[in-house]
Design a protein around this ligand. Structure first.
Ligand code: SF4
Ligand code: SF4
Ligand code: SF4
Length: 247
């Protein structure tokens, strides 16, 4: 890779909240900019070049024409980074996959649905090879800065492979199951410091399944606390719809 790698940002179906997180890095962004050249970042500046080394790609693939564009980005980039839950695991866009194509097309486009071909949402890795994943909805700014630094040093970026519960315990939270609520932290990849639980909510699974997730044990915990399959599925489909985890 060049001494000062060229980086570019792209987006597909998503809210662009992850790029906003990058734009809001403030002084850390200035540090990063000393070591890279940004050739495309629509949220921050005008101009575009197809000459880039690292492509940061946000959003899910939801249309046939998205696939061609993503393959072109892949062909141009030495490293392709999936940015945020929509890109890494399909994320909230996958909710539509459970509705049926006619239903979601008509809900969004009404009588003009046939003019806008759209299909089931999928993560980037369903279409092209992804080199690095930055998880979350939205991504964590500090984690983004750390991962970029590791990439620039030529390292494979580290990601926690254990579940959110580990960080939740460290934070001293009362487990939501003890409060009669369901929580997907038991199967979700850590790295967010269990922020949603700490703030009084539960984990929805936005960082994807932890590689070490024990789905059988999770199902047992959910059963013991009286959560039926419909309840589990509803929560799973919020972010983890594309994983087909058999809960
Ligand atoms: S992962 Fe979340 S923040 Fe990022 S584009 Fe999707 S909905 Fe927006
Ligand atoms: S509240 Fe959720 S993340 Fe925290 S320990 Fe319980 S299951 Fe794990
Ligand atoms: S607690 Fe769960 S939903 Fe919240 S940021 Fe962490 S992984 Fe995402």
């Amino acid at each position: 890779m060049a001494a000062k790698p060229k980086i570019a940002f792209f987006d597909f179906a998503g809210c662009e909240g992850d790029q906003l997180q990058v734009a809001n890095l403030e002084e850390k962004l200035l540090d990063i900019l000393e070591h890279v050249e940004v050739v495309s970042f629509r949220e921050v500046h005008t101009g575009h070049s197809d000459n880039y080394d690292i492509a940061f790609v946000e959003g899910s693939i939801t249309r046939p024409q998205d696939e061609a564009r993503l393959k072109e980005i892949r062909a141009n980039a030495k490293v392709l980074v999936a940015l945020g839950a929509c890109a890494t695991i399909g994320g909230v866009n996958c909710i539509k996959n459970f509705l049926g194509r006619d239903v979601y097309s008509e809900n969004v486009y009404g009588t003009r649905a046939r003019w806008y071909p759209t299909y089931e949402a999928r993560p980037l890795k369903a279409v092209v090879k992804v080199d690095v994943e930055i998880h979350g909805c939205p991504i964590d700014r500090g984690e983004f800065a750390r991962i970029v630094k590791e990439m620039l040093l030529g390292r494979v970026p580290w990601l926690p492979d254990y579940p959110v519960c580990v960080e939740c315990k460290k934070a001293g939270n009362v487990c939501r199951y003890h409060l009669g609520r369901m929580c997907l932290g038991i199967i979700t990849r850590a790295g967010c410091n269990a922020c949603c639980v700490t703030e009084g909510a539960q984990c929805w699974g936005c960082r994807g399944l932890a590689p070490s997730a024990n789905l059988d044990a999770a199902r047992e915990v959910m059963d013991q606390h009286g959560f039926d399959r419909k309840h589990v599925q509803d929560l799973m489909r919020f972010f983890l719809g594309d994983t087909s985890a058999p809960l």
